[in-house]
Design a protein around this ligand. Sequence first.
Ligand code: FAD
Length: 485
Amino acid sequence: MIKVYDAIIIGAGIAGLNAAALFPKDKKVLVICKENSWDCNTFYAQGGVAVPYDRDDIDVHIKDTMAAGAGLCDREAVEILCRDGRASIDDFINRGFLFDSDEERNLHYTKEAGHSRARILHAGGDATGRHMHHFLMKENSHLLLYNSVVTDLLIDNDICHGVRVHHKGIFRNYYAKTTIIASGGLGSIYKYHTNARTISGEMQGLALEKGCLLQDMEMMQFHPTVFIHNKGARKQLLTEALRGEGAWIIDDNKKRFLFEYDDRGAMSPRNIVSRSIFDWRKKTGLNTYLDLHNFDKDFFKKRFPTIYFNLKDLGFNLPEDNVPISPAFHYAMGGIKTDLNGKVPGFKNLYAIGEVASTRVHGANRLASNSLLEGFVFSKRAVCDIEKNSFNFKIKQFIEDEEVLIKEDDKELKNRLRELMWENAGIVREYNNLKKTLIEIDKMLKSDVGKLLRLRLKTSKSIVQSAINRRESLGAHYIIKEGDK
Ligand SMILES: Cc1cc2nc3c(=O)[nH]c(=O)nc-3n(C[C@H](O)[C@H](O)[C@H](O)COP(=O)(O)OP(=O)(O)OC[C@H]3O[C@@H](n4cnc5c(N)ncnc54)[C@H](O)[C@@H]3O)c2cc1C
């Protein structure tokens, strides 16, 4: 007899672990993640989690989110995020989580670009994600399979019977009544990114192969303030909260050049700041920096300890030194299309939540710190939906195929893909370059590549194709038309 779980959750970030926590304890739930459990974007989140400050702030938070989303948000999704957000965060606090507060236990709210008031809660100063992840891991009572890569969804018609997993050189099928994809974004397909090394966009490609729809894949967010000169693929993010609390962006001549682009200067939305930095560097040949001189040293060290110590290791004395910055890929607004309960259309028991999903809650551009909130709110909705509408079917056994995951030339092609995506499907896109990139990706897809690279290529192709299809700039998607160069 094969073992059948009530639910399999792919991913141990905020979305996956919070979903696991919300299933009744008697349910058999299996959580699966690549490498170590902490190797996810949730762990690295710095700034905090946005949440309406009070009842009156709900409508303002909705307005700010819709404004950042540049007309592409689903209003209902945004209303759910902001209305249910407060309850989700209060529930998390009641479960025992401690956000930063003052001596009288008043929560400390900070402000980030695009928010019209201070409504970002944080923990451990700038270590919000690490604290949350640690808490969720301690809380988790379900089985967690780590160092394991999901390589297939066991789908027959419109039913998902579970997943195939590659663990320590062995393939094994795991079966479940419901499968939830919570595998995060796709940072590793870009040359410069802020994401955890496990976040490489294979699940989006796999979903596509299985007949799921990907939505808004041209909407990729680039964070404006990233130190990109450290070794390793994951680059060092300098949170938006720094600018919210007084940091400037300057060039070699100490000019606050962002005011040439927008009256809000460094407090403009991410896409505008990223594009302006990109343009200024290209136009003037000057370097760009984060200037932290407005901070008191002791305050800085206490408020932003992760950045203080990470940059100290790299030779910087903060807040005195200016830090060279560049934009880098940060967040995927686009992903697997779902309904407002995280259910994947066309399938009876397949869900997607968190960054991998697209409910259009972020539209064309995510408002800072709304994604941890999304993880809380939509994981809860998915679990409620699963519990309410239990779907019975006979599990079908699948052969344990052993498709080659990585082939000899993959590394070279993978790096070429990362370069291509950064150059041509990055901050500023040109129609002709996108078309050339599409041809090159198709060529790579026809060559003899391993399954993991094939899936990454499919995800990348979807980004490029969507960027080609959207001929006008919108939100994070900025495209130069033919002849406009
Ligand atoms: C540096 C940084 C700072 C950020 N700061 C903030 C912030 O301050 N506030 C905010 O709201 N958002 C922030 N974000 C964004 C936010 O952290 C993410 O959007 C969010 O944490 C995503 O959560 P998730 O659960 O969807 O995915 P993740 O936390 O990324 O987890 C994905 C999981 O899926 C697993 N996985 C992936 N593929 C497979 C596979 N094939 N098989 C098995 N497992 C797989 C991974 O191992 C991982 O466990 C930040 C992001 C980064 C990178």
